[in-house]
Design a protein around this ligand. Structure first.
Ligand SMILES: Cc1ncc(COP(=O)(O)O)c(C=O)c1O
Length: 392
C-alpha cells in the first residue's frame, strides 16, 4: 500500500508512546493514576440526558439533518452568547454547529489553507491545530507561548514576513495545555494585529466555563472588530460534560462560517437531531452543571498544586481550564521525567514536548480524577521526589 504523505505528517508519536507506557505499567501489575487525558469524568445533567433519550424515541428523529443544524440549536447558541458574553449574533449567518469543536478546528484549515500556505499556530498548543494544518499540507509558523509573557503570544516578535504570509491564526484561552487565560484587551490587540495583516483569527474557547476564584473568561468576540476578522469555537464537551455526544458550535464572521459550512456539507450530513435538542436544552438550562464543575475542578486544582508545593514542586495555580502546567522539577527532559514518574510512582501526565517544542521543560497534568485519586497521586509524587533527592 502506498499511503498519503499527510498520514506521516501527523504528530501522533508521543501520544502513542504514552499509550504504550500506560499499558506497560498496567501489565506489570502496578496501579496507574492517569492524569494524562483531557476527558471530563463528570456526568451531564439529568435534564439533558432526558432530552436525548426522549427525542431518540421519535420516528422522525432519524432522518438526515443539515450541516447547519436546527434553527432551535443556533438560536440557543445565540441566546447563550448574549447572556454569557453580551455579544449579539445572527443565528442564521453567524452560528454553525460542529461535531465537537475538534471537527470545526480541523476542517477550518480546508477553507483557508492550500498546500504550502502558512498559519500561525500556538506552541505549545492543542495537537489538532498542527495536525489539522498538516492534513492540508499547510506550513506551520509557531507562535511561542512563553511563561515570561504569561503564555500569551507576543505579536511584536513575529517576523514581518511571517505575518505577511500567514492566512490564519489559532488562539485558545483558557489555554490547553498551559492553563493560561487572556483578557479582553489581549483580544483587542489580536484584532489589531489580524486586521493589519489580513489574518483570519480562530479562537478556540473550549474552556471559557471552567474558571476559578471568581475569574470570568472573556470571549474573543467581545473585542471591538473581532467579528470582522474571525470566529470563536465552543465545545459542549467540557462546559456541560457532554464530550461523547460530539457537539460544539462556531460563531462570528459570517463569511468564515459560510466557508466552513461549505467544506463540512461535503463531508457530513449534520448532527443527530436529539443531540441538537440536548445541546439547546443544555445552553438554555440552568448553570448548575457549570457551577458544579467549577467547584469540583477548583478543589482538585488545589489538592494538586498545594500537595506538590508541600513536596517542593512549585507551579502556577491556574485560573481556568482543567489542567495544571508544571515545570519539570528534576532537571530532566519532559519525556524522561514522565516515563520515570509513571514507572516508579504510577502517575501518568503528559510531557510538554507533546504540544510543541516550546512545551519542553513542562508537563501537563489533567485534573480528571476524583479528589481521593488526586490525594493518592500527590502522595506518590511526594515519595518519588523525596527518593530522587535522597539518591542525588
Ligand atoms: C483546547 C481544546 N480544544 C478543543 C477540544 C476538542 O473538544 P471537542 O470535544 O469539542 O471536540 C479540546 C478537547 O480536549 C481541547 O482541549
Amino acid at each position: 500500500m502506498k499511503f498519503a504523505q499527510r498520514l506521516s505528517n501527523l504528530q501522533a508519536s508521543i501520544f502513542s508512546q504514552l499509550a504504550e507506557l500506560k499499558m506497560d505499567v498496567e501489565r506489570s501489575g502496578h496501579s496507574l493514576i492517569n492524569l494524562s487525558i483531557g476527558s471530563p469524568d463528570l456526568a451531564p445533567s439529568a435534564e439533558v440526558r432526558k432530552v436525548i433519550s426522549e427525542h431518540s424515541l421519535h420516528d422522525h428523529a432519524y432522518s438526515y439533518t443539515l450541516t447547519r443544524g436546527s434553527s432551535e440549536f443556533r438560536e440557543a447558541c445565540a441566546k447563550w452568547y448574549k447572556i454569557r458574553f453580551d455579544v449579539d449574533l445572527d443565528p442564521d449567518t453567524e452560528v454553525l454547529p460542529v461535531m465537537g469543536s475538534q471537527d470545526g478546528l480541523s476542517h477550518i484549515f480546508w477553507a483557508f489553507i492550500d498546500h504550502g500556505d502558512a498559519a500561525l499556530i500556538p506552541d505549545p498548543g492543542y495537537p489538532i491545530y498542527s495536525d489539522g494544518l498538516a492534513l492540508v499540507q499547510g506550513r506551520k509558523i509557531p507562535l511561542p507561548l512563553k511563561e515570561d509573557n504569561c503564555f500569551l503570544p507576543d505579536f511584536s516578535s513575529i517576523n514581518p514576513e511571517d505575518a505577511a504570509q500567514a492566512k490564519l491564526m489559532i488562539l485558545n484561552y483558557p489555554n490547553n495545555p498551559t492553563a493560561a487565560v487572556a483578557s479582553k484587551s489581549f483580544f483587542e490587540e489580536t484584532v489589531e494585529f489580524a486586521a493589519k495583516h489580513g489574518i483570519v483569527v480562530c479562537h478556540d474557547a473550549a474552556y471559557t466555563e471552567l474558571a476559578y476564584d471568581g475569574y470570568v473568561p472573556a470571549s474573543f468576540l467581545q473585542a471591538e472588530g473581532a467579528r470582522e476578522v474571525g470566529v470563536e469555537f465552543h465545545s459542549l464537551s467540557k462546559t456541560f460534560n457532554l464530550a461523547g455526544i460530539r457537539l460544539g458550535f462556531v460563531v462570528g464572521n459570517a463569511n468564515v462560517i459560510k466557508a466552513l459550512e461549505t467544506i463540512k456539507s461535503n463531508i457530513d450530513y449534520g448532527t443527530f437531531s436529539p443531540i441538537l435538542k440536548a445541546g439547546a436544552a443544555a445552553l438554555l438550562g440552568s448553570r448548575n452543571t457549570i457551577l458544579g464543575n467549577q467547584e469540583t475542578y477548583k478543589k482538585r486544582r488545589d489538592i494538586w498544586v498545594d500537595g506538590c508545593a508541600a513536596a517542593g514542586w512549585h507551579m502556577l495555580r491556574p485560573k481556568g481550564s482543567m489542567f495544571v502546567w508544571a515545570p519539570v522539577p528534576t532537571g530532566q527532559d519532559s519525556v524522561s521525567f514522565v516515563f520515570e514518574l509513571a514507572r516508579e510512582a504510577g502517575v501518568l501526565v503528559v510531557p510538554g514536548i507533546a504540544f510543541g517544542e516550546y512545551g519542553e521543560g513542562y508537563v501537563r497534568v489533567g485534573l480528571v480524577q476524583n479528589e481521593e485519586a488526586l490525594e493518592e497521586a500527590v502522595y506518590r509524587v511526594r515519595n518519588f521526589l523525596c527518593q530522587k533527592r535522597t539518591i542525588k
